[in-house]
Ligand binder design. Structure first.
Ligand SMILES: [Zn+2]
Length: 135
């Protein structure tokens, strides 16, 4: 009787262990999935980076509103606006105004180039395909 009860108790323990393992696996799976999702969540943490003559002159989160003047080659000025998870050049004193005409960029890999001022404004970070998964 006593032995049988012990045996049952052991079995119960084993079943509890199995449940514990399943719980652990579930937690691990949840964390794993969260880990996959979180980089996508970081899509909002894309950086706006500006390069003048190939040198980094601005590094700012795309989520942080900003209006700043970037001085480009030969003192040219570009008013860069980071707004609503995007960036655009509001005004510039370059001849062609191509950078202004390029409008707003919002995705990683997109860039605005102001050739006369040798300025490149690019959105970096995250991965282009991920936002499709999120949305
Ligand atoms: Zn320009």
């Amino acid at each position: 009787m006593k032995n049988a009860r012990d045996g049952r108790r052991k079995l119960t323990f084993k079943r509890a262990d199995v449940i514990l393992i399943i719980c652990s696996l579930t937690v691990a799976a949840v964390l794993f999935v969260a880990g996959i999702i979180s980089p996508a969540g970081r899509l909002t943490q894309l950086r706006v980076r500006a390069y003048r003559d190939g040198e980094l002159c601005l590094d700012h989160a795309v989520t942080d509103e900003l209006r700043t003047v970037l001085t480009g080659h030969e003192g040219g000025e570009n008013v860069v606006v980071i707004h609503d998870n995007g960036v655009y050049i509001e005004t510039a004193d370059c001849p062609g105004q191509d950078c202004v005409k390029m409008g707003r960029i919002t995705k990683a890999g997109e860039e605005i180039v102001c050739l006369p001022h040798r300025l490149v404004i690019r959105i970096e970070g995250g991965k282009a395909g991920i936002d499709a998964v999120v949305r």
